[in-house]
Design a protein around this ligand. Structure first.
Ligand code: HEM
Length: 447
């Protein structure tokens, strides 16, 4: 039982159809259609194995998670995020996860709801009837401000544009992850690479600024940043394993980035899907109007807005912001009749699994109504996994669900969004599933 799963021959790699770099979504979809639920391919000198069977995915992420690390696939992300929660491993990861968990408990995040609503209200007040906006940019600014305020008690809205541009600068060169000797390449005098280096510097300055300001104020704000700083101070006494300034910076950077890009993408895709389905949109509006009677939403209203939840669930099925998850095998790992060799990278794609006709009838169709309780109960585990699973499951999942529901509700209560005719809607699967050309939409005030 040492058979490598089938896949495109290395000689085919050069052909356009098998270059994930060009159109990764089509590449992975074709791989599954051609070779089945376990398919192997080579890229950048690495052996990769795409796993598309929910039961096998569950084994990798949950049951047998100790057989894997997040591995070198993350090296480039590490250069930006350092040893933050997303990228650290083993004992460091466990300690940091325990330390930060309280900031993400249900009771705790309930206290963030008012901020989320207030910021969404501010955004909707800033819009003017009949104008066109880049909704992707609007959503990024909004979610960045919310994560800054709720977890760091900082007003980062004024810096949102700068952070957004810096982030794009870093992400644009993400493809380097897959290239051998990328460390050396990065120092070449190529403008894009130079921009990425400068962008990292800008992000650092913003975060270290936030940390320094908090230290100066000597006040416990009761937020995540205070938690990180006080843990650092306490640990100083024992000295062993004390978090350095650099680690506090890494955690802060991780949360600030992981906590806003993804949610902004989910919202952007949801506005787009709604604008293609006026009947769904009309039902959304009537649910919101009936439940809220014109007042602002509150956390407690979420339970009375089930259609909002179905819309967001369906949107993240079609456009999962974290469209791909990877793990490196520490030792050879059996996958049904095949084996993933030691050190190979196992790739799992919520995007591909969640469009599989075996799990979803008419899978390309945006159909929030499919999410009945019966359907949910019948769906195999890990046929829907936009937040991953196991010990590395998204720490911000409850935060995100609440934020998505509250922001959608607050904005849809006042505004209808329509795609500008002819605007190209092209998914750009980099670290997250972004929109390549933003999302230009016209906003119309609801009467
Ligand atoms: C729609 C929104 C979001 C989606 C789709 C999403 C998705 C994910 C996924 C799939 C993972 C696991 C990656 C892996 O296993 O390799 C993850 C991890 C993580 N997410 Fe999220 N996320 C979202 C929102 C958030 C928010 C709001 C925060 C924080 C405020 C956050 C912070 C993190 C962190 C820190 C990790 C690493 C956890 C660990 O490894 O222990 N995410 N996210």
């Amino acid at each position: 039982m040492t058979v490598l799963a089938p896949g495109p021959k290395p000689t085919l790699l050069g052909s356009l159809s098998y270059r994930p770099g060009r159109d990764p979504l089509a590449f992975y979809t074709t791989l599954v259609r051609t070779y089945g639920d376990v398919a192997s391919y080579r890229m950048g000198g690495e052996q990769l194995v795409l796993v598309n069977d929910p039961a096998l995915i569950k084994d990798i992420l949950v049951t047998n998670n100790r057989n894997f690390t997040k591995g070198r696939a993350l090296q480039r992300t590490k250069r930006l995020l350092g040893e933050g929660l997303l990228t650290s491993e083993g004992a460091t990861h466990l300690r940091q996860r325990r330390l930060m968990q309280p900031a993400f408990h249900r009771e705790r995040i309930a206290t963030y709801a008012d901020t989320m609503i207030a910021y969404a209200d501010r955004t909707r007040r800033g819009w003017q009837d009949g104008t066109t906006l880049d909704v992707a940019q609007e959503m990024n600014r909004l979610t960045l401000s919310i994560v800054g305020k709720t977890l760091f008690d900082a007003d980062v809205e004024s810096q949102a544009a700068e952070i957004g541009a810096a982030l794009t600068g870093v992400i644009e060169t993400f493809w380097l992850t897959m290239v051998p000797f990328s460390d050396l390449l990065e120092h070449l005098p190529v403008p894009k690479l130079r921009r990425a280096r400068r962008a990292r510097g800008q992000l650092d300055a913003i975060i270290y600024g936030m940390i320094a300001e908090r230290r100066r104020s000597h006040r416990d704000h009761g937020d995540l940043l205070s938690m990180l700083l006080s843990a650092q101070d306490e640990e100083a006494e024992g000295a062993a394993g004390r978090m350095t300034d650099r680690q506090v910076r890494d955690e802060a950077m991780t949360i600030l980035l992981a906590g806003h890009e993804t949610t902004a993408n989910a919202l952007t895709w949801t506005w787009y899907l709604l604008s293609t389905a006026p009947d769904v949109e009309a039902r959304l509006h009537s649910e919101i109007d009936r439940v809220l009677q014109g007042r602002l939403p509150r956390m407690a209203d979420i339970a009375s807005l089930p259609f909002v939840e179905r819309i967001v669930t369906e949107s993240m099925r079609l456009y999962p912001p974290a469209w791909i998850i990877g793990r490196r095998a520490l030792a050879a790992y059996p996958l049904g009749e095949y084996v993933a060799p030691a050190r190979s990278i196992l790739v799992m794609s919520p995007y591909v699994v969640q469009r599989d006709p075996r799990h979803y009838a008419d899978p390309e169709r945006f159909d929030p109504d499919r999410w009945t309780p019966e359907f949910r109960a019948s769906l195999p585990k890990f046929a829907y996994f936009p937040f991953g699973g196991g010990p590395r499951q998204c720490i911000g999942e409850s935060f995100a669900w609440m934020e998505l529901a509250l922001l959608m509700t607050t904005i849809a209560q006042r505004w209808q969004l329509r795609l500008v005719p002819g605007h190209p809607v092209v998914p750009e699967p980099l670290v997250t599933l972004r929109t390549k050309y933003g999302m230009r939409m016209t906003v119309t005030q609801r009467k």
